[in-house]
Design a protein around this ligand. Sequence first.
Ligand code: AMP
Ligand code: MG
Length: 495
Amino acid sequence: MSPKPSLPFDNSYARLPQRFYTRQLPDPVSSPGLIRVNHALAGHLGIEPNWLESKTGVEFIAGNFIPGGADPIATVYAGHQFGGWNPQLGDGRAILLGEMIAADGVRYDIQLKGSGRTPYSRGGDGRAPLGPVLREYIISEAMAVLGVPTTRALAAATTGDEVMRDGQVPGAVLTRVAQSHIRIGTFQFFAAKKDYDALKILVDHVIQRHYPEAAQADNPVRAMLDGVVARQASLIAQWQLLGFIHGVMNTDNMLLSGETIDYGPCAFMDEFDPGTVFSSIDHGGRYAYRNQPPIAHWNLSMLAQALLPLLDGDEEKARASGQAAIDAFPDLYMAAYQNGMRKKLGLTQSDADDAVFMQDLLTLMQEEKTDFTLTFRRLSDLADPEKAPGGGVGSVFELPETFAPWLDRWRTRLASESHDASEQQKGMYAVNPAYIARNHLVEEAIDAAVNQQDFEPFHTLVDILAQPFEFKDAQARYAIPPRPEQVVKQTFCGT
Ligand code: AMP
Ligand code: MG
């Protein structure tokens, strides 16, 4: 018998005490079929992409083959879901195979999502339908190239089994990669149980893994909390600057690593409206676009609360310290947002008028219902119209007349800076994508795969979104907003 092939796993979470997880093997599937392997990411992780595409490799990504070195576990956590406390959640349909150290020295989790039931499945079947797997693959990879910290998609496979949702639909498994899957809810789980030993072990683990500089601080727990607050402020600012709506910002969907996780009901907005909500289950609009910064702030206050017993031996001082850490969020967020917005507008210098200047643009966009992405892309063309390749997106989108006075103010600002127009334009093209994962395109790709077993639209979309900053007239179809009949009004969690 040939030895079991092994991958370079090094599993630190599985070395934590037993109460952090349950050892659990994936449930084999009938007939694994390859959908796609992310060659660049595989290479980065030191996994041979061609092996992943081999028969054994596909068995691996579907959960049927466990290579040597893996130590499969389902992790436990709790969380606030839509504001309501749930003391017991956990990986109900995901299994952490193990961790690998990539070429950049960073440790990554390798997780299968949709790999069968676990002790945390509650009523669920532990499976993932094909549609949501493709959705997560497309959008998480699109976010990654846009420079947003995010979990990644290493591979996806069909299972050959059907799952029951709105009728029978094909099942699939996603191989998800993250710097870790440790959530605010993981801390909440142990804090609620008053298991402060576990809480301390978790803090040490997170510091070592994500905030090594905090270990040197006078108060490492506070330093870690400060670090998480800063990373989340920057992450949420990036979402806002791209018109990304997460849709399910529960505390179990917020990672200590500062990466975006859970591509369930998320979507990019087309026309700008700060009240936009896509998720079918978000009736009150709790997770609407405009609420994302305050919700992140609230979630972080839940983390601070969970950390209170470790922040200081004195209860008053612990509370004051946690509060001070959390109070930093609004300013950190606003600074990250305004910095990013200046870049989107080709500006490098801040100005006392910035907040008003930016708000005036957003108000115009809202009044005129202009497309969020194309507005900024068209501004990039206009920064140096002669140099816009092929006229830029002008062939498919123009700003309304009513923008003229604001454009005059903007041109005055641009002219007041030392960079020349062509440099300003280059900077803008590098941060204002022409292509985003528009909902109607994602749905179109899913529909073809699920209903016609045609994966071409999925592959094409993934390929186009891999180069979001380079507009090509021949691909204009992927840059334009949906026609009225193509508009997707609702998204679903896919659970
Ligand atoms: P999510 O809405 O994806 O953040 O999931 C919330 C919780 O429900 C997590 O604990 C998931 O593991 C669990 N869950 C979601 N879908 C399923 C499913 N099909 N089977 C079992 N557990 C699930
Ligand atoms: Mg989740």
